[in-house]
Structures are given as structure tokens and as C-alpha cells.
Design a protein around this ligand. Sequence first.
Ligand code: GTP
Ligand code: MG
Length: 204
Amino acid sequence: MEIIQMRFETSAAKPAQFIDDGKVQIVITGKSNVGKSSLINAIGNNGKLARTSSTPGKTRLINYFLADNEYYIVDLPGYGFAKAPKSEQAQWQALMDSYFKSGTSKKALMLVDIRHKPTTEDRMMRDYLADYDFEVVVVATKADKIAKTKLKNYVEDIRRELELPDEMLIIPYSSQNSYNRDYLVEVIRAFATEPPMDDIEAMM
Ligand SMILES: Nc1nc2c(ncn2[C@@H]2O[C@H](COP(=O)(O)OP(=O)(O)OP(=O)(O)O)[C@@H](O)[C@H]2O)c(=O)[nH]1
Ligand SMILES: [Mg+2]
């Protein structure tokens, strides 16, 4: 089993606390309860890294985990958590806006529940990531809830409904039964260490 060495680094509640040390940051986005924190625990093989809960809205800060000692995996509060007080929702939204605008991250894992039709918020997040020039890999979570023979159809439904390009990677994945776990770890490592496009251009 492939494990990413992960260490909780810090939480940020306001932009002054954002980490900006030049290391790559892979941000994990997705609606509340989609399985962001569970994914972090699964790839780190440590159930206590990120707090998870069956109640949506568990993660309320931006949490940074140092991965393999060289890049960060960043856990965000989920969007679309309607039960939270409006004032709190606005606060999280503002915090996330600042994070995306800070330019400290250009790579995202966008999580969607494999069983659910993408929501308006999922579309907004997709547009948002595109507007800020993020490189995106989509992870379709809770794949354990679907028969293996049907995974491909569900993945293509997500591609169609979110209007994602053919070349965008969509990985059916489960933190519960570890489906595609090792593959996801490989993808994350490659994603983290890939030189940014600017550098490639500079070399030519
Ligand atoms: N069946 C199944 N359940 C999962 C999987 N991943 C997460 N869950 C469950 O989904 C619920 C939410 O998981 P979290 O990891 O806390 O979700 P989150 O996206 O971090 O949620 P917020 O912090 O509220 O945004 C928990 O009850 C998890 O046990 C999975 O792969 N399969
Ligand atoms: Mg969470």
C-alpha cells in the first residue's frame, strides 16, 4: 500500500495565516460531506489527521498538511452546507475566496460524490477553478456505493454534466474500501512534482 507521509502543519482562519513558502499546494475542494477529510486520512493512512463527520460542515478552517516533506495538501471547508448560519457561510466563503485569490495554490483535487448529480455549487467551483487557472483532477468519491461494472458510466455522466474536457482525469475512488487508493496516491505525487508550465517554457 502506497502511503503519503502526512503531517498536520497549521490551520488558517484568516489570510494573514496562509502559508506562502513557495512549496506546491494541492487544494482539496468539494461540497460538504463529499469525503475531503476522509480522503486525506486514507492517503495518509492515519484516521486522525483530518476530522471527519457524518454531519456536514465539520471542517471550518483551512488546514495544511505537509505531504512527503515537500508539498502541502490543503483541506478546505465544504461548500453548500445550507444549515450553517448565513453569517458563518459568508465568513467561510470569504476565507476561501481569499485563499483562491492568494495564488499560493494552482492545483486542485475537485471531489464530487459519484452517486449525485453535480450541484449548482459544483458548477460554480468548476468555473471558479478555471477562472483562476487551476490544474484540476476530479475525484469521484464513495465509489464503494456503486457496482464496479457501472463505475465507468457514472464517471462519464459526471464528465457530461459538468462539461469537463475529455482529457480531464476523473478518478472513481473510495476511502471506505480503498478502491483506486494507490492510483490516487500516484496521481497526487505526479501532480505535486510536475514542473509548472512556466518553467517548462523557460527551459525551451
Ligand atoms: N461510503 C463511503 N463513505 C464515505 C467515504 N468517504 C467519506 N465517507 C463518509 O462521508 C461522511 C463525510 O466525510 P468527510 O470526510 O468528513 O467529508 P468532508 O468533505 O470533509 O466534509 P466537510 O468537512 O463537512 O466539508 C463521513 O460520514 C464519512 O465516513 C467513502 O469513500 N465511502
Ligand atoms: Mg472535512
